[in-house]
Design a protein around this ligand. Structure first.
Ligand code: RP5
Ligand code: MG
Ligand code: MG
Length: 259
């Protein structure tokens, strides 16, 4: 029974703010555990206002989304379940449970925010399974070079685009990698324990492994770009701490290669 850790009871204030989350003990994470005194702070980053990629405020009369469904070009369906709603604010409720913060935080969408994570891997010359990792600009943690699915975009496209932007410095979809993109293997789809998650907005992702058996990556230049500040290969056995749920995704990668 999974409970989120990286978006709950953390030391640091919420990204881009001075706000601290209300402490939520393990046994109070699930919404069905009654907790009448639970009144977390409400925070939606003011920078979201007017952004084309972000939803309007939940109380905006013109905002009439189709929840739990593909809503035009935006996927508001969750991989986890049919999500429920807060009775008073009518905001979607995080399917894992309480995070100690209400509102959207810095996330653009109410409810699920869909991302895609490409794990590009190879066997090093000395025989170790390793993957391309980037360092994130927002909190300097090492991560898989993933990103948000744009409105109307196919996940298969997001995987290539984000790898291009964050790990190839914007050189998107080099022809020499076409063979690599054609042999992706899905490892995971579901919730991400992302530090930006709130009670009313959360990350979900599709993780796909692109394993380079032919040395195709030797022909391209890997270089950090966009919201990535550095790049390097990390061995799966290094036990390095990674962003959000990415260590779990690397465990799945390991398992899929040892099978
Ligand atoms: C994580 O945030 C996902 O697993 C993905 O790696 C990433 C997407 O957000 P940005 O990199 O666009 O900030 O939850
Ligand atoms: Mg990106
Ligand atoms: Mg990213």
């Amino acid at each position: 029974n999974f409970v989120h850790q990286k978006c709950r009871n953390v030391e640091v204030p919420y990204l881009g703010s001075k706000i601290h989350r209300t402490l939520v003990p393990d046994e109070f994470v699930k919404w069905n555990r009654e907790w009448t005194e639970y009144k977390p702070q409400v925070h939606t980053d003011p920078k979201l206002k007017g952004q084309a990629w972000a939803d309007p405020d939940i109380s905006d009369k013109s905002f009439q989304p189709s929840w739990n469904a593909v809503d035009g070009k935006i996927n508001r369906a969750s991989f986890i379940c049919q999500y429920a709603f807060d009775q008073s604010t009518l905001c979607p409720l995080n399917p894992i449970g309480r995070t100690g913060l209400a509102g959207r935080g810095v996330l653009g969408r109410w409810g699920p925010n869909h991302a895609a994570d490409p794990i590009v891997s190879r066997i090093s010359d000395d025989g170790h399974l390793e993957f391309v990792a980037i360092q994130r600009r927002d909190n300097s943690e090492w991560a898989i070079p993933g990103g948000m699915v744009d409105a109307g975009e196919e996940v298969s496209q997001t995987l290539k685009r984000e790898f291009g932007e964050e790990a190839m410095h914007g050189v998107i979809d080099k022809e020499s990698l076409e063979e690599l993109w054609n042999c992706g293997k899905e490892l995971y789809r579901g919730y991400v324990d992302d530090p930006r998650n709130t009670d009313n907005a959360w990350m979900e992702t599709v993780v796909v492994n692109f394993h380079d058996t032919k040395g195709l990556l030797k022909n391209v230049k890997l270089q950090a770009g966009d919201d990535a500040t550095s790049l390097r290969w990390i061995r799966v056995d290094s036990k390095e701490p990674l962003y959000a749920s990415h260590s779990h995704f690397i465990d799945l990668l390991k398992a899929s290669h040892s099978a």
